[in-house]
Design a protein around this ligand. Structure first.
Ligand code: NAD
Length: 266
């Protein structure tokens, strides 16, 4: 498969280039950045520290997609939606790792997924996706007797909050308990805010330094507590997950998929 990467000079872009180079059956054919980016025209492999790949970073996605089968996009929602429009027009597949989509932006993405196959996951790590799976079972088994709080930690450059992964964890737990995440998520406690309600799911964020990403879901009962924690040590496992998703997409019909599909959990 021929792969294009957008956001190629970004933190994830660099790791994605390494992961594509290491993957069997995938070839990097295009690397795209925002117009005006200082590394436009430089070799994408050299920028990523993966050696000279003979692929120059460009700023025209439609042109870059001409020879590509699939686009891996770890940028930002508004950029990703514009890219999805291009991929849908050209009939190309997409793997989307960008986070921070509003419900309206997610709907727009679902519209593009009616025309092309898209894997869209706020967290491409295999470990996190196993957590997603078991969280549902834990929540269903414990029922309403445990208070649920989610705490996530990320580096000080992260723009969206709480993380897409934390929101997904909240949605999974809320669904399992028959609650509407948007109604029960509590992002803020300050002052005399009263006792905790039974239904709410507390969503807390910590930002600092170079933390790649940590998520803990607390199930807090009377006299006991379960803490399910995932710690990301490097960005490489997100990149490897995205590359696995790109390979998985070969021959898939149009649709909106996630890593649970890629890993065969659904
Ligand atoms: P980053 O800022 O380091 O990289 C983003 C890159 O996108 C930058 O190089 C930027 O120049 C580029 N960009 C911006 N506008 C563009 C445009 N119009 N066209 C082409 N390129 C453009 O950010 P990052 O840490 O690499 O994270 C990127 C996204 O990936 C964020 O939304 C982050 O939350 C998400 N992320 C997802 C996962 C996952 O597993 N799904 C893991 C890590 C990060």
């Amino acid at each position: 498969m021929n792969v294009a990467i957008v956001g190629a000079a970004g933190r994830m872009g660099g790791r994605l280039i390494h992961a594509v180079v290491e993957a069997e059956g995938l070839t990097l054919t295009a690397a795209v950045e925002r117009p005006g980016h200082p590394q436009i025209g430089m070799d994408a492999g050299l920028v990523a520290g993966a050696g000279d790949l003979g692929v120059k970073i460009g700023d025209d996605l439609a042109r870059g997609m001409a020879a590509a089968d699939v686009l891996i996009d770890f940028t930002f929602p508004e950029v990703t939606l514009a890219n999805a429009d291009i991929c849908a027009r050209l009939g190309k597949q997409m793997v989307i790792g960008s986070t921070g989509f509003t419900p309206e932006q997610r709907e727009k993405l679902a519209g593009f997924a009616r025309r092309i196959p898209i894997v869209f996951a706020p967290n491409m790590s295999v470990g996190v996706n196993v957590c997603f799976k078991i969280l549902k079972d834990i929540a269903k088994t414990l029922g309403d007797g445990f208070d649920i709080e989610i705490v996530e930690l990320h580096h000080n450059k992260k723009k969206d909050s709480p993380s897409g992964t934390a929101v997904r964890m909240g949605e999974i737990v809320a669904d399992a308990l028959g609650r509407d995440y948007n109604q029960v998520a509590n992002y803020h406690r300050e002052g005399m805010c009263g006792e905790r309600s039974k239904e709410e799911i507390g969503m807390q964020t910590v930002r600092g330094g170079d933390i790649v990403g940590e998520h803990t879901v607390y199930f807090i009962g009377m006299g006991e507590r379960i803490e399910l924690t995932h710690r990301a040590i490097s960005r490489d496992m997100f990149a490897r997950g995205a590359v696995r998703a790109a390979s998985w997409l070969a021959g898939k019909p149009a649709g909106l998929y996630d890593m649970q599909n890629v890993l065969g959990f659904k």
